[in-house]
Structure formats: structure tokens, C-alpha cells
Design a protein around this ligand. Structure first.
Ligand code: PA5
Length: 445
């Protein structure tokens, strides 16, 4: 059974009573939720796009599965969900001797990596999926130009069979490309922002390519969303709303770091996915809590010292699962001093260390909500994504900010465009010139 465990969620500075008083805003949020569902401004929750996915995606996924490699071009919300699902449900690519399908996610501007991938991948064995909701993100589109040229050089006109686009249904450069060249494409639904799009074609096409049970991901997500969609008033009892009230209280009481401590190792890349969802949605108007992804047990020997005894500004979402124990078992003939491990499954270490870390955190006054997944399969993965997405939206509403935009990150993008000489950025050009005029103060080392 999937559950949230709340017994350690409160402490000296964040009281149960205060969180319950915030829950008094359930009626207000229920009305807003009803209105937004009606206006279809929360498509990730309503999931009305699923029919189109079920209709259009399988054929393209089958076409993609003819190829040994998928090269995904995308960034932010257009990449992180796919990586989380790949690592959790199709980890084979990281295993010795892997010779099945491989997914390569190009979500950075790294000339060395892209150069190596284009040298080592064979165009005839590769399908490229370019994912951009806006169809105009410079990091993605610049890679698209390079990869398109790479395909064209090797395959001539057949390059078009190796390119699939996932983008807005009408607008943007990628949609124009799809029309111009008759490329295979899937739609990102209206109003579905990148960081809420993992369970659309954005994440599900790569998942389907890898043979991940994408329908189970959708079913898991729907099981969490359904009560809210069918009866917005049920928000008052929904775990996502409980998390939102808690998160809002944390922020008010100076718990400014929210650790996402993952003790289900294959789910470790859900950490960066959650971090982007939370940070880009809630870092607004001088408010918000900083998501800090961490992996158990690895980070017990890294950042955990800071969690336990650093600045007292931390709270924690602690992720485990009730997955049946599997894997290696310790031999019976262990040396003296180690024989307490004899005959135990290796996995028992994870359970014990998870328990130890959870207790240590609570003893160090880190308010902690324990999220336990059922079997850590695709259904669980979908449940977790929906729970955290809904919690993020409701936290934003309680904070009085807009959790679906990201105005601050636009500034750096405009300045980069000005730096590259793109026309239409006169103000940014001036700002850039002023910035560069400040004398540098370099210190060699
Ligand atoms: O969550 C978001 O909206 C962003 O992180 C986007 O996913 C990211 O900027 C990429 O945008 P796009 O999909 O339009 O290329």
C-alpha cells in the first residue's frame, strides 16, 4: 500500500495545529480547483489528453522501437521525467553487457558529449526525438540543427524517418518543421507546462520506446488524481493538499530547505525531477523552499552531516517502498564481528539504514514526512508523480504565487540571446555592455 506517514512531521517550530489551521483553506482551494478543472488549465490533473496518447502514440513508439538507440533532445521538463522513468523502470542500460535498446538524453549544452554521441551512434540505428513544448528553446533547437544535419548527411531524404517531434499542436518552430518535412509528431496539450508533462507524450514516448509499462504509469497517476477531478471538495482529505499545508507552514517557520531523500535507489533520478518541479514552480516573489535531492544510502556519507547538524532550516520528504526483497544474500560463513549479517538479504541494509537515517533526522529536529510506495513499479511511479505535482500546485496556491509560470528564468535566456547577437534585445544588449564594463578582479590559483 502507498501511504504518507505523518507522525514525525511536526516539531518545535512547525506545529500540527498550525498546519491544521492552513487546512481550513480547503474550501477556497476546492472552488479554485473546480474552476481550473472546468477551464482545463490543469491538464496534468484532468488527464483529458490520455485518449489522444492511446490513439496516436503506439504507432510512433513501434516505429521508434525498430532502432537500437533513441537520442532525446530536450531540456528541463522536457527531459527530466524521461530520465527518472528510464532509471527507475528500465535500468538495463547501466548494467554490464547491455545490448538492448538505449536512450541517450541530451539535456545540456555539452559540445564534448554531443560530439562523442554523434561519432559513436550510427544514424541508421538511431531515432531522434526532439521534445519542446514551446518549440523554440535554444538549447534544444540548436541540438536539433546539428543532429538533423548529421542524419541528413548519412541518410539523405530518409532522415525524416528517423526524426520524431513532440511539441505544441499548432505553434512554434518545431511544429513548422513537422509540417514542412512531414515528420512524425505528437502533441503537448495546451496549458501543460514542461515540469507537469512527464506523463504526456513528453515522458511516455521515451518510456514506451524502452518497453516501460506506460499505461500503468498513467493508471497510477489517475488513481491519485481521480478523487480531486471527480469531486474537488475532496481536496480537504487529499494527501497532496496535506503536503501543501505542511510545506506552506514550513516556509512560514523558516524551514527553507526541503530535502527529497530517496531510499529507493532506482528512484534516485526522481530527485532532480522533483527539484525542478518544486523550484521552478514555487521560487517566486522572494518565497519558496529550496528542494534538495539526496540519495540513500550514498548521501549518508556525503551531505547528511549538513542535514543533521548544519543550519536548522531543513525539512524532509523521505521516500521508501515496500517492494518485495530480492537480490543477493550474505553467506553464512562471515568473519567474527560481521556474522550478524549472515544469511540476511543485502536489501536488509537499505531498510536498516533508511530507518537509522529517518530516526537521526527526526532526533535532529528535521520535520519529516515519510512517503512509502507500494512495489516501486510503474503504477507507483505514476502515483508519486501525480501526488507531488498536485502538492506543488496547491502549495503555490496557498503561497499566493503562480506555480505554472517561470518568469525569472526568462531573464538569463534573453541575455544569452543578446550575447549571441539575436536581434530584438536592445535593452539586454545595453545591460550586457554595462555588465562587461565593470573591471574584472581576477585572482589566479
Ligand atoms: O518546466 C518548464 O516549463 C521548463 O523547465 C521547460 O520544460 C523547459 O524550459 C523546456 O521548455 P520547452 O519544452 O518549451 O523546450
Amino acid at each position: 500500500m502507498a501511504y504518507l506517514e505523518w507522525s514525525r512531521a511536526f516539531g518545535a517550530r512547525v506545529s500540527r495545529a498550525h498546519v491544521q489551521s492552513l487546512a481550513g483553506r480547503a474550501g477556497e482551494l476546492a472552488s479554485r480547483l473546480a474552476g481550473e478543472l472546468e477551464a482545463n488549465t490543469l491538464p496534468f490533473l484532468r488527464m483529458g489528453y490520455v485518449e489522444a496518447i492511446q490513439r496516436d502514440m503506439p504507432a510512433l513508439a513501434e516505429q521508434a522501437r525498430k532502432y537500437k538507440n533513441m537520442l532525446l533532445l530536450g531540456i528541463g521538463g522536457s527531459a527530466l521525467g524521461a530520465r527518472a522513468m528510464q532509471r527507475a523502470f528500465a535500468p538495463g542500460q547501466d548494467m554490464p553487457g547491455h545490448d538492448g535498446r538505449s536512450l541517450w538524453i541530451a539535456d545540456n549544452v555539452c559540445a564534448v558529449t554531443l560530439g562523442e554521441w554523434l561519432t559513436r551512434l550510427k544514424p541508421e540505428d538511431t531515432v531522434v526525438v526532439t521534445i519542446s513544448k514551446s518549440g523554440g528553446t535554444i538549447e534544444t533547437i540548436s541540438q536539433y540543427f546539428l543532429v538533423r544535419q548529421w542524419l541528413q548527411k548519412a541518410l539523405g531524404d530518409a532522415w525524416k524517418d528517423h526524426m520524431i517531434l513532440v511539441t505544441d499542436k499548432e505553434k512554434g518552430f518545431l511544429r513548422e518543421e513537422a509540417r514542412t518535412y512531414g515528420l512524425g509528431s505528437l502533441e503537448v496539450p495546451d496549458n501543460l507546462g514542461g515540469r507537469y508533462s512527464a506523463l504526456s507524450a513528453v515522458g511516455l514516448l521515451p518510456a514506451a520506446y524502452l518497453g516501460i509499462d506506460w499505461q500503468a504509469l498513467l493508471d497510477g497517476a489517475a488513481s491519485v488524481a481521480r478523487p480531486l477531478v471527480e469531486n474537488p471538495a475532496s481536496i480537504k482529505d487529499h494527501p497532496s493538499f496535506a503536503l501543501a499545508c505542511w510545506a506552506k507552514a514550513l516556509e512560514e517557520y523558516g524551514y527553507h530547505d526541503l530535502i527529497f531523500f530517496c531510499y529507493e535507489p532506482l528512484f534516485a533520478t526522481y530527485g532532480p525531477w522533483f527539484a525542478q518541479l518544486w523550484a521552478e514552480s514555487l521560487g517566486k516573489d522572494g518565497l519558496g523552499t529550496m528542494p534538495v535531492p539526496a540519495t540513500g544510502v550514498t548521501d549518508q556519507h556525503s551531505v547528511n552531516q549538513m542535514f543533521l547538524d548544519g543550519l536548522r532550516n531543513k525539512a524532509c520528504l523521505f521516500l521508501t517502498s515496500s517492494k518485495p526483497v530480492s537480490g543477493p544474500v550474505f553467506p553464512e560463513d562471515l568473519p567474527e564481528g560481521w556474522n550478524f549479517l549472515a544469511g540476511k538479504p543485502f536489501a536488509s541494509l537499505l531498510e536498516a539504514e533508511g530507518m537509522g537515517t529517518r530516526m537521526a533526522l527526526t532526533q535532529c529536529d528535521v520535520p519529516l514526512v515519510h512517503i512509502n510506495l507500494d512495489n516501486a513499479g510503474e503504477f507507483s511511479g505514476g502515483q508519486l508523480m501525480m501526488l507531488l505535482e498536485a502538492a506543488t500546485i496547491f502549495t503555490g496556491w496557498l503561497m499566493g504565487i503562480n506555480p505554472v509560470d517561470q518568469p525569472a528564468v526568462e531573464l538569463g535566456k534573453r541575455l544569452a540571446n543578446a550575447r549571441l547577437g539575436k536581434p530584438g534585445y536592445p535593452k539586454e544588449e545595453q545591460d550586457l555592455a554595462a555588465y562587461l564594463q565593470v573591471p574584472e578582479e581576477k585572482q589566479s590559483f
